[in-house]
Design a protein. Structure first.
Length: 397
C-alpha cells in the first residue's frame, strides 16, 4: 500500500441551520460533522463506524460534495475540493463515486439498467473518441453486469424487477462504470440479508485488488468493518473519538466509547470468556444542536464522574461548586434534594449532608469544560480522551 494520502480531510465541518422563525433570539445549528480530520491512503479501506446519527453518512456526502461543507478542507489528490466551484466539480465527480445505503431509493425506477449504468459514462464522455461509442458503451455495460454477478439480459430490465442484493450490485456497477479512484460506500450492506452481505463485501474486495480502488466504508456492522477495513475511525456526535488500524482497534481499544461499541458485538461462542461482558451506556445521547464545548461523550462515560464519600472530613468542600452526576430524592417529602447535572451550592451541599448521604457522584470538571483533541497515544493509534493514560494504567475508575 502506497503511504501517500489520496484523500486528506482537514477540520471538516458540516452544520445545518435549524433556526425557526424570523425573530429567533438564538441561531440553532445542528453540528452533524464538527471539526474532524483523517487521511485515506491510496489502495486502502478506511472504515467509519458509530451509532445512528453520529455523522458518518453526512461525512461521506460532504466529501463528495452532495452537501456543501460549512468549513474545512477536502484535499483529494492534492486539490482542495472544498474550494472548487460547483461548475468545475465534474472531473472530480468521476474520480469519486458513491454506493448508497438504500438500493431501492438510489436507482431511478423509470430507467432501465442500461440507462442507469450508462448515465455516468455518457456524462463524462468516456467513449467520445471511439469509432462506435454506442456499441462501446453497451459492451462496457455488459462487462460491468457480468463482473457484479448479473447477466446481459438484465440490462433491459427496470429496478423493480430485481431483489435488494441485485439492486445493490447494479449500484456497484454504476459506481465502477466511470473508473473512479475513490468509492464512498455509505452502508452498502445494511439493507441486505446476511448471506448477501458477505457476497457484496467479497465483491468489493475483489474489485479493490483488481482496479487498485480506495474505499471509505461506512457501516454499522462492526464485525464486517473489521473484516474489510485496513484502518477504522470511530465517530460520536460529529466527532472522531478514535482512529487506529483494524487489528489494533479491536484488540486494544482506548476510548471508553469504542470499548462500549465493541462489547456489543454478538459472540457466537456461548462459553467465550467475554460472553455477557457488554458495556451498557447510561443516559441519552445529547442534542447535536449548539453543543457545549466539552467532551461529547462525557454525559454517558463512566470515567467522567467521581465518587465522593462522606468520611466526615472535607466532604462538603469536595462537592460545593461541582455538578451532581446523580439525582438524590427525599421520598418522604417527594422532592429532589439535588438533580443530575445540577450545580451544587453550599445550601444544597448542607441539604445533602443533612439528608444523610454517605456518597455521591459528581462530574469530573475537565470532561465538562474542555474538549479533548484527537491525539496520537501510540504509533498510528489516535484517541480523543483527557484520561487515556490513566484509564490504561488503571489509576482512574
Amino acid at each position: 500500500m502506497d503511504k501517500k494520502p489520496l484523500l486528506e480531510v482537514r477540520n471538516l465541518k458540516k452544520y445545518f441551520d435549524k433556526t425557526r422563525g424570523l425573530f429567533a433570539k438564538e441561531k440553532k445549528f445542528l453540528h452533524a460533522v464538527d471539526d474532524i480530520s483523517f487521511d485515506i491512503y491510496k489502495g486502502e479501506t478506511f472504515g467509519l463506524v458509530g451509532e445512528s446519527g453520529c455523522g458518518k453518512s453526512t461525512t461521506g456526502r460532504t466529501i463528495v460534495k452532495l452537501y456543501e461543507p460549512t468549513d474545512g478542507q477536502i484535499i483529494f489528490d492534492g486539490v482542495d475540493l472544498a474550494s472548487v466551484p460547483e461548475k468545475e466539480m465534474l472531473p472530480y465527480r468521476r474520480k469519486i463515486q458513491m454506493i448508497f445505503q438504500d438500493p431501492y431509493a438510489s436507482l431511478n425506477a423509470r430507467m432501465t439498467v442500461t440507462d442507469i449504468i450508462a448515465e455516468g459514462i455518457v456524462t463524462h464522455k468516456l467513449y467520445k473518441d471511439h469509432d462506435n461509442p454506442e456499441k462501446a458503451i453497451q459492451d462496457r455495460i455488459y462487462e460491468l453486469l457480468e463482473s457484479v454477478g448479473l447477466k446481459k439480459e438484465h440490462a433491459s430490465r427496470y429496478p423493480h424487477e430485481f431483489s435488494g442484493g441485485q439492486r445493490q450490485r447494479i449500484g456497484i456497477a454504476r459506481a465502477l462504470a466511470v473508473n473512479p479512484d475513490l468509492i464512498i460506500c455509505d452502508e452498502p450492506i445494511s439493507a441486505l440479508d446476511v448471506s448477501i452481505q458477505a457476497q457484496v463485501v467479497n465483491m468489493l474486495e475483489d474489485f479493490q485488488k483488481e482496479f487498485g480502488l480506495t474505499y471509505l466504508f461506512i457501516a454499522h456492522d462492526l464485525s464486517m468493518v473489521k473484516y474489510i477495513s485496513d484502518r477504522i475511525g470511530v465517530m460520536y456526535l460529529g466527532k472522531l473519538m478514535e482512529v487506529a488500524t483494524s487489528d489494533e482497534l479491536y484488540e486494544t481499544p482506548l476510548h471508553p466509547y469504542t470499548k462500549a461499541l465493541l462489547s456489543s458485538i454478538p459472540l457466537p461462542d456461548p462459553e467465550h470468556e467475554d460472553k455477557g461482558k457488554r458495556i451498557v451506556l447510561q443516559g441519552d445521547v445529547p442534542s447535536p444542536i449548539n453543543p457545549k464545548d466539552r467532551c461529547r461523550f462525557a454525559t454517558r462515560c463512566n470515567y467522567s464522574k467521581i465518587l465522593v464519600e462522606n468520611d466526615g472530613s472535607d466532604f462538603k468542600q469536595q462537592i460545593v461548586g461541582k455538578y451532581a452526576r446523580e439525582t438524590v430524592i427525599d421520598h418522604e417529602r417527594h422532592h429532589a434534594i439535588v438533580e443530575e447535572n445540577q450545580y451544587i451550592t453550599e445550601e444544597i451541599a448542607d441539604m445533602i449532608i443533612d439528608f444523610g448521604v454517605d456518597k455521591i457522584y459528581i462530574n469530573r470538571s475537565k470532561c465538562f469544560s474542555e474538549e479533548p483533541k484527537l491525539e496520537e497515544y501510540k504509533k498510528d493509534h489516535f484517541t480523543a480522551c483527557h484520561f487515556t493514560k490513566e484509564i490504561e494504567e488503571g489509576t482512574i475508575k
